[in-house]
Design a protein around this ligand. Structure first.
Ligand code: PEP
Ligand code: MG
Length: 903
């Protein structure tokens, strides 16, 4: 088993298609070597070793790796002409993680490894730049202490010992920036950092480079199991088994002086998708400085720099002297970088996210990967590349992350309201969107508030990977420091979350929990609004309106249509929802839950009257009142869905959901119905059930009270005839819920057919209609061949089917499902993502058995899973005719359906 793959000097043992084994970073480092992009030599330890590490532990894995790592270091030494651990001419390396898919900032990096008390002198002498040598040394001790020796603060109350020492020394010397520290100051820092290590860990800082290297490799493997990595994996459904690779690479230095720099860049705009090369850099700095947001990063291109300055309100002369672009400061390197970024994008045929370092005037690439982007950018970049003939239609569809389309459907600020909104500050438009919420300063508080259903805006000086959970629950993120490539910006774009970063003029005081903007002091809990597309921060709450579909978005929908074999319907109970869904391309209604129509206005009164009636006669009286209201609702739905199928489901929920539980409303009802309050109370109590979800509901209602089915069937058929008379083309599909025994469906179908016959005779007109059933009780799936003898169509109700297959109550599972996922008992919430191995097998069986009786049987799904991409793909694999989901998920399901057809 080969565990280590080397690369360097135009050669590599790996390739870009080996991401599973080498991780994304390692595979692309190899590939960049092969296509002639300058990359410092190094090697990758495979992801399989991470799995071994988790099984066998540290010592065993070090023993397994020893020979291969030693010879890989030799390989790097040869190419660099340096020696690991040498006093005069030492090799320094970086150690970084790199999983199959990028997890930005989730895991840890150590730079300048190999630095020792001897090596630092050697490097000072060789480079003729003692400041650089000692700056590298102090960075190394700090990073190694944080990452490998576990000194990084765990909570917001903890003090970072290194930061503390740094602040003290800066204050003593009366300087503000790290770059202003002298060689002696840096020497003092190293000494004091090491003392802090000794004090905290009880051990001396390791002065043996090999000990350092093994420590760092193991720390990267350990970081795969750290809390934020686990959280990120769960959020993005990344399996734990994948593991991370470790990349060890010769150091190139961006902190060697004024002719050195380091930066991050995107080949296109990751927020909007525009084809504009952009990025940020810092002169005389090392990697993390740019993303950490400690110094203000400068723009790479002149155009970008000017745009940035305008946004920040910085005058051109100040910009040019204080924050020049790379094109101005290092024209030759900028030209090389621009050529290289084009080469990489052309080669990988996708927007790239690059990391580079310039060491003494020479450009090196440290990483390239497909860049994280917003939903809008995802759509635009793919469509632009299609138009330019770079990728084909199928690739466009494959590139869509269906869930991300959601961002394009989200509300935006109401332009009319926005005109009068008070702009309090301006930052960078780091991730588009509109957000309104209450100010919160700490990620853990954001979680607590969000749990209470409060909308929060997370306000930070800068964010770090520790803030991930808080960012995830916030409506938006505002930071005082950090550019377009800061952690906040990158992570927010990945999440599709509105973010304004680097709003320099705001003042955040964590201790006092206040935010100051344009002279106004905001406290925790005060409302602000963010415009992630312009970088503006507004006072108070600003209203939002529905988003419009853009041209490219519509093109993606057209492509989906072209390739999918399955169509998408919507779950809609109101004409408004139906209209929205139709705009998004829904081909009809797959589920109209009629019960939702009973709650409005006078309807609930008639409904309650029906429920509380003592006998059939009383129920029929009340049902008469409901009939015209239902008919009217259905007629409107049929008009909106003119030409498309509409599935209407008969009454489903347990009746106690409709009766009042509060004394005041019970009294009111008693008066209306001419009953005593006691009688009403008694009647309501009698409806209480121990397990209402398994109780008197679904078709059990229609089988015990056939008059309810009669009324609903009449309302549907009459409405359809009315709509027909108004010129609409309608085919009503009447759906019976919760069938478990074929006799139930037979009985309901008979009632419906009888009513239809009657109505047709009364009206002297007729219309085609269908009677089908939901398959949502396991017994229905198992006996689907019998049920199909009566049904014209099946629609899988996977909400109930999941509930009854697992035996997890839909209403109570929240209590333990989270814990089950944390403990790894379940990978996902089965109510959100269809459990293909269990529930899915019943869906398969139901489909196959149903079609064995009736080959032309129309089959669909209308549970929540109908809008979840992986579940949609599963439904497609079973040969379903359609999926049905809520209106805003229609575009997502359409793309997933197309992907299923292509894959
Ligand atoms: C289902 O059970 O999946 C379904 C669509 O019906 P409801 O959610 O209304 O029970
Ligand atoms: Mg159901």
């Amino acid at each position: 088993m080969k565990r280590v793959y080397t690369f360097g000097n135009g050669k590599a043992e790996g390739r870009s298609d080996m991401k599973n084994l080498l991780g994304g970073k390692g595979a692309n480092l190899a590939e960049m070597n092969l296509i002639g992009v300058p990359v410092p030599p190094g090697f990758t330890i495979t992801t399989e070793v991470c799995t071994e590490y988790n099984k066998l532990g540290k010592d065993a894995v070090v023993a397994l790796l020893k020979d291969e790592v030693e010879s890989a270091i030799e390989h790097v030494e040869k190419l660099m002409g340096t020696k690991f651990g040498d006093a005069q001419n030492p090799l320094l390396v970086s150690v970084r993680s790199g999983a199959r898919v990028s997890m930005p900032g989730m895991m840890d990096t150590v730079l300048n490894l190999g630095m020792t008390d001897e090596a630092v002198e050697g490097i000072a002498k060789k480079s003729g730049n003692p400041r650089f040598a000692w700056d590298s040394y102090r960075r190394f001790v700090q990073m190694y202490g944080d990452v490998v020796l576990g000194m990084k603060p765990k909570t917001k109350e903890d003090i970072d010992p290194f930061e503390e020492v740094m602040e003290e020394v800066k204050e003593q010397k009366g300087v503000k920036l790290d770059t202003e520290l002298s060689v002696d100051d840096l020497k003092l820092l190293v000494k004091r950092f090491k003392a802090a290590v000794k004090e905290r860990t009880g051990k001396d800082f390791p002065d043996d480079p090999w000990e350092q290297l093994w420590g760092a490799i193991c720390a990267v493997f350990d970081s795969w199991m750290n809390e934020r990595a686990i959280y990120y994996r769960r959020m993005n459904q990344i399996p734990e088994e994948w593991g991370t690779a470790v990349n060890v690479q010769a150091m190139v230095f961006g902190n060697m002086g004024e002719t050195s720099a380091t930066g991050v860049a995107f080949t296109r705009d990751a927020a909007t998708g525009e084809d504009i090369f952009n990025g940020e850099y810092l002169i005389n700095a090392q990697g993390e400085d740019v993303v950490a947001g400690i110094r203000t990063p400068q723009q790479i291109t002149l155009e970008g720099s000017r745009r940035w300055a305008t946004l920040q309100g910085i005058e051109e002369s100040v910009r040019a002297s204080k924050y020049p672009s790379l094109e101005e400061a290092m024209p030759k390197c900028a030209k090389d970088l621009i050529e290289t970024q084009q080469k990489l994008e052309d080669y990988f045929k996708d927007m790239q996210d690059l990391e580079f370092t310039i060491q003494d005037g020479k450009l090196w690439l440290l990483q390239t990967r497909n860049g994280k982007r917003t939903g809008a950018a995802m759509v635009k970049i793919a469509m632009d590349m299609l138009k330019d003939g770079i990728i084909d239609e199928k690739t466009v569809l494959k590139r869509m992350e269906p869930q991300k389309l959601d961002e394009l459907l989200h509300p935006v600020f109401d332009k009319a309201v926005l005109k009068n909104a008070k702009v309090m500050a301006k930052g960078l438009p780091a991730s588009p969107g509109a957000a309104t919420g209450q100010i919160i300063f700490f990620a853990d508080d954001a979680e607590v508030w969000a749990e209470k259903r409060k909308k929060v805006i997370l306000v930070r000086i800068e964010t770090s990977p520790e803030d991930l959970r808080g960012m995830n629950v916030a409506q938006g993120i505002l930071t005082a420091r950090g550019g377009m490539t800061s952690h906040a910006a990158v992570v927010a774009r990945g999440m599709g979350k509105c973010c304004v970063s680097g709003a320099g003029e705001i003042k955040v005081d964590y201790k006092a929990r206040t935010l100051e903007m344009s002279g106004k002091v905001y406290k925790e809990g005060d409302w602000i609004s963010l415009n992630g597309s312009t970088g503006e921060v507004y006072d108070g709450q600003v209203n939002t309106v529905d988003a419009e579909m853009s041209g490219d978005f519509a093109s993606i929908m057209d492509l989906s249509e072209k390739y999918s074999k399955m169509y998408v319907r919507t779950n809609a109970d109101t004409p408004r929802d139906a209209m929205v869904a139709r705009k998004f391309g829904a081909k009809g209604i797959g589920l109209c839950r009629t019960e939702h129509m009973f709650f409005e206005g006078d309807r609930i009164k008639a409904m309650r009257e029906m429920i509380l009636s003592k006998d059939e006669e009383g129920r029929r009286e009340a049902l008469k009142k409901l009939l015209p209201m239902q008919r009217q609702d259905f007629e409107e739905l049929f008009m909106v869905m003119d030409g498309l199928g509409v599935t209407i489901r008969l009454l489903d929920p347990p009746l106690h959901e409709f009766v009042p539980h509060q004394l005041a409303t019970q009294k009111e009802l008693a008066e209306e119905m001419g009953m005593t309050i006691e009688e009403v109370k008694l009647a309501c109590d009698a409806l209480e059930e121990f397990n209402p979800m398994l109780g008197h509901r679904g078709c059990r209602l229609g089988c015990t009270y056939p008059e309810i089915t009669e009324m609903q069937a009449r309302a549907i058929i009459e409405a359809a005839l009315n709509a027909k008379a108004r010129g609409a083309k309608v085919t009503p599909e009447i759906m019976v819920p919760l069938v478990g025994v074929v006799e139930e469906l037979k009985m309901q179908a008979e009632i419906i057919h009888n009513v239809a016959k009657q109505v047709f005779a009364e009206r002297n007109d007729s219309i085609e209609y269908k009677v089908g059933t939901m398959i949502e009780v396991p017994r229905a799936a198992v006996t689907a061949d019998q049920i199909a003898t009566v049904a014209d169509f099946f629609s899988f109700g996977t909400n109930d089917l999941t509930q009854m297959t697992f035996g997890y109550s839909r209403d109570d599972a929240g209590k333990f499902l989270k814990i089950y996922q944390e403990k790894g008992i379940l990978k996902n919430d089965p109510f959100a993502i269809l459990d293909q191995q269990g529930v899915g097998q019943l869906v398969r069986m139901g489909t196959e058995k149903g079609r064995s009786t009736k080959p032309e049987l129309k089959v669909g799904i209308c549970g929540e899973h109908g809008g979840e991409p992986s579940s949609v793909k599963f439904c497609a694999s079973l040969g379903m005719d359609y999926v049905s989901c809520s209106p805003y998920r229609v575009p997502i399901a359409r793309v997933a359906a197309a992907q299923a057809a292509i894959e």
